[in-house]
Write a protein that binds this ligand. Structure first.
Ligand code: SAH
Length: 257
């Protein structure tokens, strides 16, 4: 294959939460026409399998005991591959613009004169809401959605959590599984009721998905039940509407008598 040194480009592509049927058509086409594929730890084997024969496949995230690459290393690798004239696809879980480092990567590449295109994807919060039957906004109940992450600094939750006290805000918390105790303490201290409905959703999107209904006050205990998959936490009145497939069947059989 001959490559035009001028034609190299990088596509930052959202793969959605896992199953390939939750990828956009544009994302599928991007992977199918990739000449180099760099993929994160949460990317499914089915998505990687869409890459054509001959495509260079490089895993950048922790998986099966292998270490993650540093961001600098990933940036330099994308640049090198693009400068060879390759069509580089950087495949990320969910949506690349939500905790996906899309800003850093595109600034780096564009700064080096490499054209960048972003392909959106279904973010974990949307996948979780769709799968377990709750909305993220709801008329008269949830007028805002806050996509946030929770990070500890010296044992306490970093950042300003005053927005979390707003009873009309749905909080969608990424990467919060490990700090659920601190998170719930901080939100209660900010003024949110401990009785606020909450859910943790593990491995949202696919058949392995699990729902852990709880409240803000019992969040840490609920997180203790999870099995090591990626977990998204949703806190807000809308979480009271969450139903697992089992709940739905039970409700149906009760209704039918
Ligand atoms: N860009 C991704 C988020 C990356 S940050 C997106 O838009 O979804 C990684 C965090 O996202 C995980 O720690 C977890 O909190 C959440 N996450 C990603 N995939 C998930 C999934 N399938 N189910 C539940 N949470 C998920």
């Amino acid at each position: 294959m001959s490559h035009d040194a001028q034609a190299g480009r990088v596509l930052l592509v959202g793969a959605g939460p896992g199953p390939v049927d939750l990828m956009t058509v544009r994302a599928v086409r991007a992977v199918e026409s990739a000449q180099a594929l760099l993929y994160d730890a949460l990317i499914s084997d089915d998505a990687i399998a869409l890459a054509p024969p001959g495509c260079v496949r490089i895993q950048t995230g922790k998986r099966a005991g292998r270490l993650s690459m540093h961001q600098d290393e990933i940036n330099r690798l994308m640049l090198r591959l693009a400068r060879k004239g390759l069509r580089v696809v950087r495949l990320k879980g969910g949506d690349p613009s939500i905790f996906g480092r899309v800003g850093e990567e595109s600034a780096f590449l564009q700064g080096h004169g490499v054209p960048v295109e972003v392909v959106p994807g279904v973010t974990a919060a949307c996948a979780a809401a769709a799968q377990f039957g709750f909305p993220l906004t709801h008329r008269g109940e949830a007028r805002r959605v806050v996509f946030t992450t929770a990070r500890l600094e010296a044992g306490a939750l970093a950042g300003d959590w005053s927005a979390a006290s707003d009873p009309e805000a749905t909080m969608a918390i990424y990467m919060g599984g490990e700090v659920a105790g601190a998170l719930s303490e901080r939100m209660i201290a900010a003024g949110r009721s401990p009785d606020t409905p909450a859910v943790a959703v593990e491995q949202a999107g696919g058949v392995e998905a699990r729902l852990y209904p709880c409240t803000l006050g019992t969040l840490a205990a609920a997180l203790g039940e999870t099995r090591g998959g990626p977990v998204l936490i949703v806190i807000g009145e809308v979480a009271a509407q969450a139903r697992s497939a089992g709940d739905v069947l039970e409700e149906l059989s009760r209704a039918v008598g």
